[in-house]
Design a protein. Structure first.
Length: 512
């Protein structure tokens, strides 16, 4: 089998399928290659307000109206009721451990004021399959069960070689987009160097999908929560790691643990289900939540969760951010990082059959810098898992940057959102790095108090969500008055912000 195309996309997860779909809308011929078959299990399931906005921008820029309902819970349920997803009203963090840790106040950060415009968890077997079918409907050639084993590059094209169901396959393309995940096809075929982690400890993972997981807020109610606590990305945080719990509307729940090597060795995480049971035995409240739960898939053990490639692009190829680096699912950064990279890559390919040197260098630098910023902050949060108050305050750096970035993009001022986590902003960026580095040292006493004050000072000029209001006791609803009060910080008028709230459906539980 010999095929030719303008672009070959390797990997048909959501990033690869979206790349193929957008490129077809620009008239490019595309071959989309997949090692497995859909529907298939995948993690990386939790969206965020910024990711949803980026998906909306992609839908509008490439005339893909069928994508837009995926950006909000309400439209998704009406448009695609059979497409599995979960409601995500915010981020819920609970501390676990000995002594008083179980009684520490949780951190509850809302992402929406009501269900209609809530974020979502993506049931990837359904969503990825849907996006592949959309790409096929636009004319992309799709080959599943295709095992690629080599790539040949020259000045004019790239040639991918492998087999499909025992038959040789060769694809000649002007450009290759690798969306095949960490240590994926091009990383192996080109023997790309792997970059060492600089801030994040080495971590391992164990995860599955479960049935009959009880609601944590039913077992352990929270006083006056800003949203139903389990309609969120639930994080159970403890020394050396954390557990995620993401509910879907099909009766299944995604859950798993990310643990440092030291804790993973204690638990013998490679043992799978037995290790999961040992972990729950250490966490009585989480064990109560999972007392009736059953894993519906074999446990997946990942001996190394994080990954960084030292090289991101070449003259005829580029790695999507999901193939260039995976940090940790702690802050749901995978979706926005991949979508930001996808926007940049597609922009560079719209007018040419390759990235020119300037565009290629810019794409690579943006990708590496954003992975750096994410790793630095997530590494600081791992260091602070023994100090939940510091963990909560440090995490507000993420929420301040994400909410500010979303707001200025919705105001039509994307130039004010300078890099993911505002890492390139001349004020926020240096403070982000300094605060993360200080938190990583696990300060005590006066140094800890000084760090908490500095975090507040870093957030204040960018706070559009009331994050500096300590009277809220770590509960942060989405309130219009917080956004309106931030008008001077945004350089916007109250009328502009009022119009923004109306456009976003802030006040309407369900638009007419």
């Amino acid at each position: 089998m010999r095929l030719e195309a303008d672009v070959a996309v390797v990997g048909s997860g959501f990033g690869g399928a979206l790349a193929a779909l957008a490129l077809r809308k620009r008239g490019r011929s595309v071959v989309l290659l997949e090692r497995g078959r859909h529907p298939r299990f995948a993690i990386g399931e939790s969206s965020t307000p910024l990711a949803n906005l980026l998906l909306e921008e992609l839908a509008d820029r490439y005339d893909l109206p069928r994508l837009r309902p995926l950006a909000k819970w309400g439209p998704w349920q009406r448009s695609y009721p059979d497409l599995g997803c979960g409601k995500k009203r915010g981020f819920s963090f609970f501390a676990h451990g000995s002594g008083a840790r179980d009684r520490e106040r949780p951190l509850l950060v809302a992402a929406s004021p009501h269900d209609e415009i809530a974020d979502t968890h993506w049931y990837r077997p359904d969503v990825d399959h849907f996006l592949v079918r959309e790409a096929q409907a636009e004319g992309a050639t799709y080959l599943d069960e295709t095992l690629l084993d080599r790539v040949r590059l020259d000045d004019e094209s790239a040639s991918l070689e492998g087999s499909r169901r025992g038959r040789p396959v060769q694809v000649a393309a002007r450009f290759v987009v690798d969306a095949s995940g960490p240590r994926g096809f091009l990383h192996r075929a080109l023997s790309l160097p792997e970059a060492a982690l600089r801030w994040l400890p080495a971590t391992q993972g164990l995860y599955s999908h479960f049935s009959d997981v009880e609601r944590f807020d039913a077992l352990f109610p929270v006083t006056e929560p800003p949203y139903p606590v389990d309609d969120a990305a639930v994080h159970h945080v403890f020394s050396g790691g954390w557990i995620w719990v993401l509910r879907f509307n099909n009766g299944l729940t995604s859950a798993g643990v990310a643990a440092t090597d030291a804790l993973a060795a204690e638990l013998r995480l490679a043992d799978g289900e037995a290790a999961w049971s040992r972990l729950l035995a250490r966490l009585p409240r989480v064990a109560e939540q999972f007392r009736k739960a059953k894993a519906v898939l074999p446990f997946v053990y990942s001996p190394r969760l994080a990954f960084r490639s030292a090289v991101v692009r070449g003259p005829r190829w580029a790695l999507l951010p999901s193939a260039a680096g995976v940090i940790d699912p702690l802050l749901s950064t995978g979706f926005p990082l991949n979508l930001l990279g996808l926007h940049r890559l597609l922009g560079g390919l719209e007018a040419a059959d390759r990235l020119d040197d300037e565009a290629g260098r810019a794409y690579a630098q943006h990708t590496l810098d954003e992975l750096d910023a994410t790793e630095r902050l997530v590494g600081a949060l791992y260091a602070a898992m023994d100090d939940f108050e510091l963990f909560k305050r440090t995490s507000l750096l993420y929420f301040a940057a994400a909410s500010f970035s979303e707001t200025v993009r919705r105001l039509g001022r994307p130039e004010q959102a300078r890099g993911f986590l505002l890492h390139a902003d001349e004020r926020f960026g240096p403070n982000l790095r300094a605060c993360a580095d200080a938190a990583a040292l696990r300060p005590r006493g006066a140094a800890r108090a000084a760090l908490l004050s500095r975090i507040d000072e870093a957030i204040a000029p960018f706070d559009v969500a009331g994050l500096c209001d300590r009277s809220r006791d770590d509960r942060y609803p989405v309130r219009a008055e917080d956004l309106l009060a931030a008008a001077p910080r945004l350089g916007a008028s109250r009328d502009e912000l009022t119009a923004l709230l109306e456009r976003c459906g802030f006040h309407a539980a369900r638009p007419a």
